[in-house]
Design a protein around this ligand. Structure first.
Ligand code: SF4
Ligand code: SF4
Length: 481
């Protein structure tokens, strides 16, 4: 039996009652995370560059004359990967959101908070953009700490002003991109090139967004991840002992401690049956110094851990130096650390996967079968019926047609009764791409054919010769018999 398995996890509970970025007086303690290098940092940089490029390019990419993305909440028009959604498609958005939530739950159950550390815009901007700028201007973690503690000299003023000036400019760039996603490329271009006096509301919004982003990245920083973000709070209910998380291998690492001469031999025996006085953790605290949320992962997984993997790189660097296997801190499950079990598909993962497949199938079917034209026909409000000179009775209807495609579509209406006729107030024979067309028409029936005060009618909606919708409505008329 491996004697190391008798080692228990560290039991210092101080971290349970104190936030990592809080001092003894309860005030915020500014964090100065040390920069990392290593394989995970390299991959994170590649992912971050790709995502930043996609984020900044997103609102400016147009395909076939329309944007790839648009989230125009003001006009209630949304384009996602080139597909336009209208308020009438709310059911699709609702099912899409439920599908997304189930996907997030499944992803979290399997990979923990991996999204936060690797793909969340907050982390990417903070760690890969703003923190890098800070390092270039103020120096490494120690230099930054010294600078903040130093009196306000000309050099300090200069560095702080340059840093905050660059922060503001980056925030302004993010804000412009954000706005371009909401109002679209064309309107955004008009906003920034036109006479400012004509766009005071738009420019004020731009400055408010800039101020919010600047405040988040210059001051709030890790508080967004550790306290504000609701997804972070969900970890405690989504993670279980089988979830893959950034985990410290306490079985291998404890008892921790600085190495002294003679430990080396014992340490090398630590994976054999011989007991070792020290584990592989040399208590250098490098994993704590690189952590952007200031936690000590050796205390076990914590809600503040964003799975950024910086501590994995830092610890691997130490393991190389002391000639021990990599991965003292690694992606593993609690169960994996404790009993060396490989990752396995649990019933919970299977249930979430099954649910996700069903939802994706429903969503896919609804998307494929979504009609190209969305037609609403309602009897004109406040109107009953009117008698016409030739023995006919007429009802007035209002018609709204949304063309959800990117091309002009012809539209026709056909009644299911041979004795009924349809007469437009304003003719409507075609609809423009992505636009809402409105008109009104009369339906007339011979008075002698009316048998009830309400007659049910069906109106076929055609584009070309294809019937794309059948709309039921009622016709009001006088009842003489
Ligand atoms: S970096 Fe590795 S060796 Fe150093 S304290 Fe952290 S876990 Fe221990
Ligand atoms: S504990 Fe490690 S993975 Fe978690 S936030 Fe800190 S550095 Fe990142």
């Amino acid at each position: 039996m491996n004697t190391k398995l008798n080692v228990t996890a560290p039991d210092d509970d101080y971290f349970r009652s104190h936030l990592p970025n809080q001092n003894e007086n309860g005030r915020r303690q500014w964090l100065y995370p040390r920069a990392t290098s290593g394989r995970f940092t390299k991959w994170r940089t590649v992912v971050a560059v790709g995502l930043l490029f996609a984020l900044f390019a997103g609102p400016f990419i147009w395909v076939d004359g329309h944007p790839l993305f648009l989230f125009n909440v003001l006009e209630r028009r949304f384009i996602f990967f080139g597909v336009t959604f209208w308020p009438q498609d709310f059911y699709l958005v609702a099912i899409g959101l439920i599908t997304f939530i189930v996907f997030i739950a499944l992803f979290t159950v399997v990979f923990g908070r991996g999204f936060c550390g690797w793909a969340c815009p907050q982390t990417i901007f903070m760690e890969m953009v703003f923190r890098k700028v800070e390092q270039w201007i103020e120096g490494d973690h120690k230099a930054r700490q010294r600078l903040d503690a130093a009196p306000w000299t000309t050099e300090k003023w200069l560095k702080k002003m340059v840093k905050h000036g660059v922060f503001f400019l980056i925030s302004f760039a993010i804000s412009n991109t954000f706005l371009a996603y909401i109002i679209g490329r064309e309107q955004w271009l008009t906003l920034i090139t036109d006479n400012p006096a004509q766009h005071l509301a738009g420019l004020t919004t731009l400055l408010i967004f800039t101020g919010v982003f600047y405040g988040v990245f210059a001051y709030l920083r890790e508080i967004v991840c550790t306290t504000i973000c609701p997804y972070g709070r969900l970890q405690s209910v989504l993670l279980d002992k089988h979830s893959l998380i950034v985990a410290y291998d306490y079985v291998r690492g404890e008892p921790r401690g600085k190495r002294v001469k003679g430990d080396e031999l014992n340490s090398k025996n630590s994976l054999t049956l011989l007991p070792s006085p020290k584990g592989d953790c040399v208590d250098c605290k490098l994993c704590v110094h690189v952590c952007p949320t200031g936690i000590d992962i050796r205390n076990g997984t914590q809600m503040e851990c964003i799975n950024c993997t910086a501590c994995m790189d830092a610890c691997d660097e130490v393991m190389i130096k002391i000639d021990r296997p990599l991965g003292l801190i690694r992606m593993d499950s609690q169960q994996g650390i404790h009993s060396r079990e490989p990752f396995r598909f649990t019933k919970r993962i299977m249930a979430y996967t099954g649910m996700l497949i069903v939802l994706l199938a429903v969503l896919g079917f609804l998307l494929i079968s979504r009609p190209e034209l969305d037609v609403t026909i309602l009897r004109a409000p406040g109107q009953l019926f009117q008698r016409e000179a030739n023995g006919q009775v007429a009802n007035l209807y209002s018609v709204e047609v949304i063309n959800k495609t990117y091309h002009v579509l012809p539209v026709r209406f056909r009644l299911n009764r041979a004795d009924a006729t349809l007469r437009f107030v304003q003719p409507l024979s075609q609809t423009q791409p992505g636009e809402l067309a409105k008109t009104m028409f009369f339906i007339t029936l011979p008075e002698k054919a009316i048998r009830a005060d309400k007659t049910n009618l069906t109106i076929d909606v055609l584009t070309g010769d294809a019937v794309i919708d059948q709309i039921g409505t009622t016709f009001l008329g006088p009842v003489n018999q």
